[in-house]
Design a protein around this ligand. Structure first.
Ligand SMILES: NC(=O)c1ccc[n+]([C@@H]2O[C@H](COP(=O)([O-])OP(=O)(O)OC[C@H]3O[C@@H](n4cnc5c(N)ncnc54)[C@H](OP(=O)(O)O)[C@@H]3O)[C@@H](O)[C@H]2O)c1
Length: 290
């Protein structure tokens, strides 16, 4: 099967490329090779490569900066998705699109189901939601939306790598304790996306949630990163202290509780993902051995 992955160079696309099935013909394309906001660029690539499936990892992901750069956030996360959906629809190409827990406001008090009412708190969340809506109105039956959350990987920019850098230079760091979610190793999501690609006909036409299992605050996650990475770090123990979001203001508002309900995902996959702490251990081994 021929598969195109957009947003090459990002953390998820890098993991997709690392675990791509040997039997598939996979092209992971950077924004320079395929710009999803440029119709000509999309048409040229699709006509040349003739993929069976496109996995759209391309996104404007700078959550705080999006508050000041609304135009570009909507251009990529809404208009780019619509362009891609139209061109895939014209050619009968299956489309797997990645979205986010930030389409919810975090007030549910229980894990969010795929059909729960969205209510984004930020420009990033709103632009991703409008991308989902475009896809669902333009190409609902031959696409799959996969919402995920709190992604990290040995590649690209993410919370784990930021913590590891801070542990090298600080003795004490403060991390927010009142935002709860599920840290998710992009490697595990990549494996699930290859499952969906192979089983596209049975899974298409809806929204699935994918994260690792378990729940943590950013503070819990930072404490775990500190403990699990100790054996590799040259520096001594670092103290991780909890703070409230009010003490660590950010430009974009974030949901306090953004755990996703994965019941349907585990049913179609026939298994569950790993607990986030097990995945963290594996990612750190990966990070320190490369
Ligand atoms: N990271 C998270 O915690 C998280 C959580 C929930 C959902 N998600 C979603 O998961 C997906 C993958 O995220 P990620 O963490 O891998 O993001 P990432 O590392 O920021 O990668 C995004 C990629 O998209 C590319 N891109 C931006 N504009 C583009 C355009 N117009 N055309 C083509 N490519 C473009 C970027 O390329 P350039 O660098 O060249 O611009 C970048 O390589 C996204 O849909 C994101 O919204 C992420």
């Amino acid at each position: 099967m021929k598969v195109i992955v957009t947003g090459g160079g990002g953390q998820l696309s890098t993991e997709l490329s690392r675990v791509a099935p040997a039997e598939d013909d996979v092209a992971v394309l950077s924004s320079g090779e395929l710009d999803i906001t440029d119709g000509d660029s999309i048409r040229q690539v699709l006509d040349l490569e003739k993929p069976h499936i496109v996995i759209n990892c391309a996104a404007y992901t700078a959550v705080d900066r999006a508050e000041d750069e609304q135009d570009i956030a909507y251009l990529v996360n809404r208009d780019g998705v619509a362009l891609l959906a139209r061109e895939c629809a014209r050619r009968n190409i299956g489309l797997i699109h990645i979205s986010t827990d930030f389409i919810f406001d975090g007030r549910a008090g229980r894990p969010y189901r795929p059909d729960d009412m969205p209510a984004p708190l930020s420009v990033y969340g709103a632009s991703k939601l409008e991308g989902e809506q475009e896809l669902m109105s333009l190409y609902p039956n031959e696409s799959i939306i996969v919402r995920t959350a709190w992604l990290y990987s040995a590649y690209g920019r993410n919370f784990v790598k930021t913590m590891l850098e801070l542990f090298e230079t600080k003795d004490v760091i403060k991390v927010v304790e009142d935002q709860v979610g599920t840290p998710t190793w992009a490697h595990n999501l990549a494996n699930f996306l290859w499952f969906l690609t192979a089983n596209f006909e049975n899974c298409k036409g809806g929204i699935l949630h994918f994260t690792d299992t378990g729940v943590a605050s950013w503070y819990d996650f930072a404490v775990a990163i500190e403990e699990e990475s100790r054996k590799w770090r040259s520096k001594k123990e670092v103290q991780v202290l909890p703070v409230n979001s009010e003490e660590y203001p950010t430009k974009a508002r974030r949901p306090f509780y953004s755990v996703l309900d994965k019941t349907e995902t585990w049913r179609v996959w026939g298994r569950t993902s790993e607990h986030w702490r097990v995945s963290l251990r594996k990612m750190l081994r990966d990070y320190y051995s490369t």
